[in-house]
Design a protein around this ligand. Structure first.
Ligand code: CTP
Length: 421
């Protein structure tokens, strides 16, 4: 997604300028061609050498460099950029951008650049909250800029407030999302479930499963990077959550069912990668179950009655407008079970994997899956990183969504049937 993309990257004079170096480094590692532009005040905090060492490219600091080229440097850099990012964007530069000032390399380039603009404001709490800064941000957003808001936390000024520069991963995710707006899922809303559910036994214990969330998050990130508006319903996971999407946290299967029902209202597709518990404890204890308490049988055993959880996917069988993808985690007779689930849950696609196989399933970075299509086709995929499995799944979903779109479009009328008068 970032590979080969040309990024014009403006850095302003705030203490977060040193953190921008990490963003540039990660962009370079991801294969992006990053042209860094430092404002005069940024150079008071960081040097051009820092950034050119990390970007492996020249760094621009002045408008007044005689290039000898037909197009001035700011015009050329602006014209070739796929995205203009300003991070950190200080209150002063936001004001200059809002008013269309062009008094240095960065602001001049911003006026000359037709690419989308991503602003990452970072500054002292009161400066950020000031009505002037807020009005400038609103104006820039109205003109189409994407604004990644700062975080709340410890600020260089010593106070805790809003204004912190977001972490590198959040900025990269926002860049991918912005660049993905021309992707094949642009304009689509998708819901992905990830992780495992936890069914309480008492206030401290639960029945869980080994789902890590890796597959669900890979699906969510891939959809985000292809332009979709993504909502992830997340149960228990053991990996970091992705950025650049809406996240709903749930714990039990019943909570997941509730959340999914709410968020699918306007969605085009639902991919249920979560490992949902099929059973829950009928009556979880209100207090911690103690050894030797009344709950225990005379022989020291403990009885617990489990009841069936609703099947979230199967319940949505009637939601014909929603494209539904299920997963089947199997340990035996994969093909048989998968084919049965595809039909019984009336799915558009079922992704089956043998979870006991090496390099596949829970917690593994790779996955070897077989795709079962609603038309009966069975498509085994080779062992792949989970992100590549996600790519293959969305490829199939995109085709299915296109087919669905063409079916619902008005059929062309035969001219012979047109009324003559
Ligand atoms: N699923 C669901 N609600 C449940 C259980 C499962 O929506 N209560 C979804 C899963 O997210 C997955 C698919 O159904 O996409 C298949 O889940 P799996 O546990 O493999 O199958 P089950 O239908 O539970 O069947 P079985 O217990 O027979 O394996």
């Amino acid at each position: 997604m970032l590979q080969g993309k040309r990024i014009a990257f403006g850095v302003c004079g705030g203490i977060a300028a040193y953190k921008a170096a990490d963003v540039v480094s990660k962009l370079q590692q991801a294969g992006a061609l990053v042209d860094v532009i430092l404002t005069e005040h940024a150079e008071a905090f960081v040097t051009a050498l820092t950034f050119s060492t990390l970007s492996h490219r020249p760094v621009y600091t002045t408008l007044w460099e005689p290039t000898g080229d037909a197009a001035a440097r700011h015009i050329e850099l602006g014209a070739r950029a796929d995205l203009l990012v300003i991070a950190p964007a200080t209150a002063h530069t936001l004001a200059r951008l809002a008013h269309g000032l062009a008094d240095d390399m960065l602001t001049t380039l911003a006026l000359a650049c037709p690419a989308p603009l991503l602003l990452v404001p970072a500054m002292e709490h009161h400066m950020y909250q000031h009505p002037a800064t807020q009005a400038n941000l609103r104006l820039l957003a109205e003109r189409g800029a994407t604004i990644l808001p700062p975080e709340v936390g410890h600020l260089a000024s010593g106070i805790v407030g809003i204004g912190r520069f977001p972490e590198t991963a959040a900025i990269l995710a926002e860049m991918r999302r912005r660049l993905g707006r021309s992707g094949d899922l642009a304009g689509r809303r998708v819901v992905v479930t990830a992780g495992g559910t936890r069914e309480p036994i008492d206030p401290v214990r639960y029945i869980g499963n080994r789902s890590s969330g890796l597959m669900g998050f890979a699906l969510a990130e891939e959809a985000r990077d292809r332009g979709a508006e993504v909502t992830v319903v997340v149960g228990a996971v053991s990996v970091r959550e992705p950025f650049g999407m809406t996240i709903r946290h749930v714990s039990t299967a019943l909570e997941m069912r509730e959340a999914v029902r709410e968020v699918i209202a306007k969605a085009d597709a639902l991919v249920m990668a979560a490992a949902v518990a099929d059973y829950r404890v009928e009556h979880p204890a209100r207090h911690k179950i103690k050894k030797g308490s009344q709950a225990e049988n005379a022989d020291g055993s403990l009885n617990m009655r489990l009841v069936r959880n609703p099947d979230i996917l199967a319940e949505l069988a009637d939601a014909r407008a929603l494209l539904r993808v299920g997963f089947a985690a199997e340990t035996t007779d994969l093909t048989e079970h998968a084919a049965r689930k595809l039909v019984s849950k009336q799915l558009d696609l079922l992704v089956a994997n043998d979870v006991v196989r090496e390099n596949s399933g829970f917690g593994s970075a790779t996955n070897e899956v077989t795709l079962f299509h609603a038309d009966g086709r069975v498509e085994p995929l080779p062992p792949l990183p989970k992100r590549d499995v996600a790519r293959a799944i969305w490829d199939r979903v995109v085709s299915l969504l296109r087919e669905r779109d063409s079916e619902t479009e008005m059929p062309e009328r035969d001219p012979a049937t047109f009324p003559t008068a």
